[in-house]
Design a protein. Structure first.
Lengths: 68, 193
């Protein structure tokens, strides 16, 4: 690693968060789980659609109960 | 309901001392886990907020002050190894050796017992996701603990996409009771609730 990169890494390293070497080895090769940067918005949109459907079902159920 | 998006039936506001009188009317239910939720809102939400430990948002019907539901959130951290129980491929941020992952914890979340069955919990959770979206520094993960004995609660969180990653056991009235630790990844497209 170039000295510049080492310095950069050192700055990022929080002493409270440094893990023991053996744990570091365990983590080696693990990469961030793939994700879509827009996933948060997609999840919200899907949750809104699910909410609409759920409410429609609940209203139908209440209406059915009221008429029975 | 003028002013609210079509899917919203509740108005939100941050809990302040002016709401104290309204909190006494809130009841989550008779079950012991519901009593914990009620007790938190009535006794601890305001002092914890004043001390900076958590923020509580309360939800009411439009132009009313009665508390239909509430949620509390606080910043926290989880051990990376715990997060990996749910998401095995999740690792530390590039360039940083980290053993902990920043998260927001939802210490308490409840709907008034008289207003169950209206999907208000779903709406409140969507409100939280909206609040986090685009917020500088908002973490990737949300997590919470739910008593396993609270089966409707467990079903609710699982339906919203939360995954259990840990379990602890505690004693209550001489019996073992179990806490499920659940986590939600905002950056991973989850199956529709």
């Amino acid at each position: 690693m170039k000295s510049e990169e080492m310095e950069k890494t050192a700055k990022l390293r929080d002493p409270d968060l440094v893990v023991p070497p053996e744990a570091t080895q365990q983590l080696a090769g693990i990469v961030d789980a793939p994700h879509d940067p827009t996933a948060a918005r997609v999840n919200i949109a899907r949750a809104v659609e699910a909410l609409k459907q759920r409410r429609a079902q609940q209203r139908a159920r209440r209406a059915s109960t009221a008429h029975s | 309901m003028a002013g609210l998006p079509p899917h919203e039936e509740l108005q939100s506001r941050f809990l302040t001392p002016e709401d104290a009188a309204w909190l006494t009317f809130f009841e989550a239910g008779d079950e012991w886990w519901c009593e914990e939720v009620t007790g938190f809102l009535r006794q601890h939400a305001l002092p914890q907020g004043a001390a900076g430990y958590s923020d509580t948002v309360i939800f009411s019907l439009p132009n009313e002050r009665h508390v239909i539901g509430f949620l509390s959130v606080a910043s926290s951290v989880l051990q990376l190894s715990k997060v990996q129980n749910a998401y095995p491929k999740f690792g530390p941020p590039p360039g940083v050796e980290a053993s902990r992952v920043p998260v927001w914890v939802i210490p308490y979340f409840g709907v008034h017992r008289n207003f169950r069955g209206h999907a208000y919990g779903d709406e409140m959770h969507i409100w939280l996701l909206h609040a986090m979206e685009g917020l500088l520094g908002a973490p990737r993960f949300l997590y919470l603990q739910c008593w396993e004995e609270n089966e409707p609660g467990i079903r609710f969180w699982r339906r919203l996409g939360y995954t259990q990653f840990h379990q602890t056991t505690e004693q209550r009235a001489g019996k073992d009771v179990h806490l499920a630790w659940l986590i939600f990844d905002r950056f991973r497209i989850s199956p529709a609730p």
